[in-house]
Design a protein around this ligand. Structure first.
Ligand code: THU
Length: 138
């Protein structure tokens, strides 16, 4: 049986809504992310900047923290919304963070003008960091 194609719209909508709550007074670059979790719910995040610029939290890692704090570590997909063309892909730190939980995660990057691109985490980050001593993190 063929798997049903993914309906990205609810995830896009959640990322768009999260983006509206972005706190980005320094870069003015607002990002929203939404993770689809194994239980069918969504955990979203926006970027949160700080006057000490290096402390900025990316939307994607904010969404991961949100999910994990809810006890959900099984991620099925992520949508990321920005207002640039082509739509921005997650930064390296966010790719590594996502890889910890779901190395083959499907990713939708989208903007406000309807441009959308579907990728996989494996495509964007094919060789994640491996810590040989840590076979089974608790
Ligand atoms: N940002 C994200 O939210 N996600 C990324 O993957 C890259 C960058 C944010 C951080 C900062 O608030 C702004 O975008 C500009 O770098």
């Amino acid at each position: 049986m063929l798997a049903r194609p993914m309906d990205w719209q609810p995830l896009y909508d959640a990322a768009l809504e999260a983006r509206r709550r972005a706190y980005a007074p320094y870069s003015r670059f607002r990002v929203g992310a939404a993770l689809l979790l194994a239980d069918g719910t969504i955990a979203s995040g926006c970027n949160v900047e700080n006057r000490s610029y290096g402390l900025a939290i990316c939307a994607e890692r904010n969404a991961v923290a949100h999910a994990v704090a809810r006890g959900q570590r099984d991620f099925r997909a992520i949508a990321v919304v920005t207002d640039v063309s082509p739509p921005a892909v997650p930064c390296g730190m966010c790719l590594e963070t996502l890889t910890e939980f779901a190395p083959d995660l499907p990713i939708l990057v989208a903007n406000l003008d309807g441009e959308r691109r579907q990728l996989t985490l494996r495509q964007l980050h094919p060789m994640p960091f491996v810590w040989p001593q840590d076979e089974d993190p608790a």
